[in-house]
Design a protein around this ligand. Structure first.
Ligand SMILES: Nc1ncnc2c1ncn2[C@@H]1O[C@H](COP(=O)(O)OP(=O)(O)OP(=O)(O)O)[C@@H](O)[C@H]1O
Length: 294
């Protein structure tokens, strides 16, 4: 067992909300030279919840994602991923590639990163490459169908077809991914991440650039993923209609520091959040409160 994995049950006396957290972020700090992009951030993402991470431009949201998903090693702090069956991973200690296939955390990017020259179907199969290579035993015999490779390959194709159907792109399976309209590419990227069977799916601005119809389709897809797969979602989003409609829990960052953490309703009425979005100074918060009537 690696140093980053424990299977110990939650300590007696641990608060219920903590036992039910799929992800616990504790005292996360990320510095780039003299710049503190994330400052002593702690929050929980509930199992089966949709948790939104919001904040003005440059607040540190993508940096938090990059730490959780293994792209950055944080300067300080712990990020604990608890799988339902009891395995616990300290994400900051895992090599970047293990965060996806071992801890089962998947992500999408602010700028879509599909393989645009590959077909839609191929994009969903490539996502399952790791599993297939393991099934092949990393040998030619495996690839020729001796051992579990063939059955796993059939399962990979079935899974890809399932997600094609879910995102309504079965008819476009053989088209290059780069030929799809923007909204379809966004949904394909989510489907590709789901092909890795994540426990936690991190979405960086999934609604960016979508029109209202596409944004509604996205909301439906994310709610379906939560309901049908039981996947927990963590999303960065600027589109407040998406945040308010589908999130269970919202964490607000400003200049790398958490300024609020609560339900969408609580966040909407929080004067500190209103002030951060309006860009006012701390000593003007009371004035803003009076103006917005909270
Ligand atoms: N690799 C890096 N090197 C140096 N500074 C960085 C790096 N990545 C991010 N930053 C800085 O850290 C701060 C937080 O950036 P980050 O991209 O995390 O914010 P954000 O909340 O995601 O912003 P946006 O909503 O505009 O995407 C910014 O000041 C940014 O310039």
């Amino acid at each position: 067992m690696s140093a980053s994995v424990t299977t110990a049950p939650a300590a007696a006396g641990t608060a219920l909300w903590e036992r039910d957290a799929v992800l616990a972020v504790d005292h996360l700090t990320m510095r780039f030279g003299g710049l503190v992009a994330v400052n002593d951030l702690s929050f929980r993402a509930g199992r089966g919840d949709i948790t939104a991470l919001i904040g003005p431009n440059g607040a540190g949201k993508t940096t938090v994602f990059n730490c959780i998903t293994g792209f950055y090693k944080p300067t300080e702090g712990m990020m604990t991923l608890r799988q339902e069956e009891g395995a616990t991973y300290l994400l900051e200690r895992l090599p970047g590639h293990s965060v996806n296939w071992k801890a089962r955390v998947a992500r999408t990017f602010q700028n879509i990163r599909l393989f645009t020259g590959m077909t839609v179907l191929e994009n969903l199969l490539v996502a399952q490459h790791n599993k297939l290579m393991i099934a092949s035993g990393f040998s030619v015999l495996g690839l020729l169908g001796i051992g579990p490779y063939r059955a796993d390959e059939a399962r990979a194709i079935e899974k890809a077809k399932y997600w094609l159907d879910k995102i309504g792109l079965t008819d476009r399976a053989d088209d290059p991914a780069g030929d799809l309209p923007y909204g379809d590419q966004r949904r394909l990227e989510i489907a590709r991440a789901m092909c890795t069977d994540p426990i936690l799916l991190c979405l960086d601005e999934p609604a960016a650039g979508l029109n209202p119809r596409e944004s509604n389709e996205l909301n439906r897809l994310l709610l379906d993923i939560r309901r049908d797969q039981g996947t927990s979602l963590l999303l960065i989003e600027h589109d407040m209609s998406v945040v308010m409609e589908i999130s269970d829990h919202v964490v607000v960052l400003d200049y790398g520091t958490k300024i609020a953490d609560g339900t969408p309703g609580e966040i909407r009425d929080d004067p500190k959040v209103i002030a951060a979005y309006l860009g006012v100074e701390d000593d003007e918060v009371e004035k803003v409160e009076a103006e917005v009537g909270v």
